[in-house]
Ligand binder design. Structure first.
Ligand SMILES: Cc1cc2nc3c(=O)[nH]c(=O)nc-3n(C[C@H](O)[C@H](O)[C@H](O)COP(=O)(O)OP(=O)(O)OC[C@H]3O[C@@H](n4cnc5c(N)ncnc54)[C@H](O)[C@@H]3O)c2cc1C
Length: 336
C-alpha cells in the first residue's frame, strides 16, 4: 500500500465552509508507518505540517505551505467486557456513521453526539459536545504521534485536560501531535440523557440508543444548515462564560436571557440568543451571512474569502459586545 504526496491540492471541497485553499503538498496516510514516513519527509524537506480531518471546524487560508496531512486510518474494533465495551477507533473514521453503528448495536455513550460532522481524530481537539454530552464523558485514552520525532504515545483522559470546547490539543500540544486513535468506554446498560432541548418530548419512556441518536439527528436537521447544501462550520462562536455576578446583572436587564451555571461557578450564556437579540438572524453581508434558523451559524453563499468571513464575524461579535458588553470568541480553528 502506497501513500503518495500530491502537489498543489485544492481543499475548497475539503472544508465545510468551502473557503478557497490550495495545499502545497497533501497526503492521506492509512497506516501509522505511512504517517511516520510522511512526517519524516516533511521534517527532511523543512515543510511545516498541518493536520486536517474532515474540515468541518477550520478556517483555511488561501495557501497552505508545506505538508497537509489527513490521517485516514479507518479501523475500529470493540473490546467487550461484561457490561462495558471499549471502542478503539482510528483517526480517519467518520464520526457520525460510527455513532449510528454503536447505537444500532445497543451501545450507549455517544448517541447524543449524532450528526456532528468530521473525523474521530478531531473529536478530542475541542472535546466535541452536544445535547448535554461531551466526548470527555466517554473518552478513556488518545494515541498520538509526535510530529517532530514520529514517536507514538498514549494520553490518559486526565492528560487530555478537557474543558468546554477545549483540550490540551488546543494548548500545549497544538501543532505538535497527530491524533491517531481513540479509546472510548461505552455501556450496554441503557443510559438515556434526555434533559437537553426537546429530546425527551420526542421519545418514549424507554428509548433505545438508536432512537435517541435518530431523534438527535432529526432535531439537528431541523435546526442546522446541511453543509452539503449551504457551506458552514457549525457554531461559529463559543457560548461565552461569564462570572455569576455578571450573569445576574445581565438577567436583571434581560430576564429571558438563557444561562447555564457551570461546575466552576461561572455561567454559560447562549451566544445564538445574544446574536438574535441584536437583530442579526438571517442578515447577510456579501458572500456570508447569519443563518436564518440558527444565529450561531455563519453561512457562506459562495465566492467569498476568509478575510471577508472574518469581517462579517467581527461585525456580529461587535454588535453583541456593544449591546451586552460580552465578547464572543470564534469556535473554528484558524489554520495558517
Ligand atoms: C453543521 C455542523 C455542525 C457541528 N456541530 C457540532 C456540535 O454539535 N458540537 C461540536 O463540538 N462541534 C460541532 N461541529 C464542529 C465540528 O464538526 C467538530 O469540531 C469536529 O470534531 C471537527 O472534525 P473534523 O474532522 O472536521 O476536523 P477539522 O475541521 O478538519 O479540524 C479541526 C481541528 O482539529 C485538528 N485536527 C483534525 N484532525 C486531527 C488529528 N487527527 N490530529 C491532530 N489534530 C487534528 C485540525 O488541525 C484543526 O485544528 C459542527 C460542524 C458543522 C459543520
Amino acid at each position: 500500500m502506497r501513500c503518495n504526496v500530491h502537489q498543489r491540492v485544492c481543499l475548497a471541497q475539503a472544508n465545510t465552509l468551502q473557503l478557497p485553499c490550495v495545499a502545497e503538498y497533501f497526503a492521506a496516510p492509512q497506516t501509522l508507518s505511512q504517517l511516520r514516513q510522511r512526517l519524516a519527509q516533511a521534517r527532511k524537506a523543512g515543510w511545516p505540517v498541518t493536520v486536517l480531518g474532515g474540515g468541518s471546524n477550520v478556517l483555511l487560508p488561501e495557501f497552505l505551505p508545506g505538508l497537509t496531512v489527513t490521517p485516514a486510518m479507518q479501523q475500529w474494533w470493540l473490546e467487550t467486557g461484561e457490561n462495558e465495551v471499549h471502542l478503539h477507533v482510528g483517526a480517519g473514521v467518520a464520526w457520525h456513521p460510527l455513532v449510528m453503528e454503536m447505537a444500532a448495536r445497543g451501545l450507549w455513550g455517544i448517541e447524543n453526539l449524532a450528526l456532528i460532522p468530521g473525523h474521530c481524530g478531531a473529536a478530542p481537539i475541542q472535546n466535541i459536545g452536544a445535547y448535554g454530552v461531551e466526548l470527555a464523558d466517554v473518552l478513556e485514552a488518545v494515541q498520538v504521534m509526535d510530529i517532530l520525532s514520529g514517536k507514538l504515545r498514549w494520553l490518559t483522559h486526565a492528560q487530555c485536560e478537557f474543558g468546554y470546547r477545549d483540550s490540551i490539543f488546543k494548548r500545549a500540544l497544538a501543532n505538535r501531535v497527530v491524533i491517531t486513535r481513540l479509546v472510548m468506554r461505552l455501556t450496554r446498560t441503557p443510559a438515556p440523557r434526555l434533559g437537553y432541548g426537546d429530546l425527551a418530548a420526542r421519545l418514549g419512556k424507554q428509548p433505545t440508543a438508536l432512537e435517541v441518536a435518530q431523534a438527535v439527528s432529526d432535531i439537528r436537521r431541523e435546526k442546522l444548515p446541511d453543509p452539503q447544501e449551504l457551506a458552514n462550520a457549525g457554531s461559529f462562536f463559543k457560548n461565552p462564560l461569564v462570572s455569576a455576578e455578571r450573569a445576574e446583572r445581565l438577567r436583571g436587564k434581560y430576564p429571558s436571557l438563557p444561562s447555564f451555571p457551570q461546575a466552576d461557578g461561572r455561567v454559560k450564556l447562549a451566544a445564538g440568543w445574544l446574536i438574535e437579540q441584536c437583530g442579526l438572524k438571517g442578515r447577510r453581508s456579501g458572500a456570508f451571512g447569519v443563518h436564518e434558523r440558527q444565529a450561531l451559524v455563519l453561512v457562506h453563499f459562495g465566492g467569498g474569502t476568509r478575510k471577508e468571513l472574518l469581517e462579517v464575524a467581527a461585525w456580529v461579535s461587535g454588535e453583541v459586545e456593544a449591546t451586552f458588553d460580552v465578547a464572543l470568541e470564534p469556535e473554528p480553528r484558524f489554520i495558517g
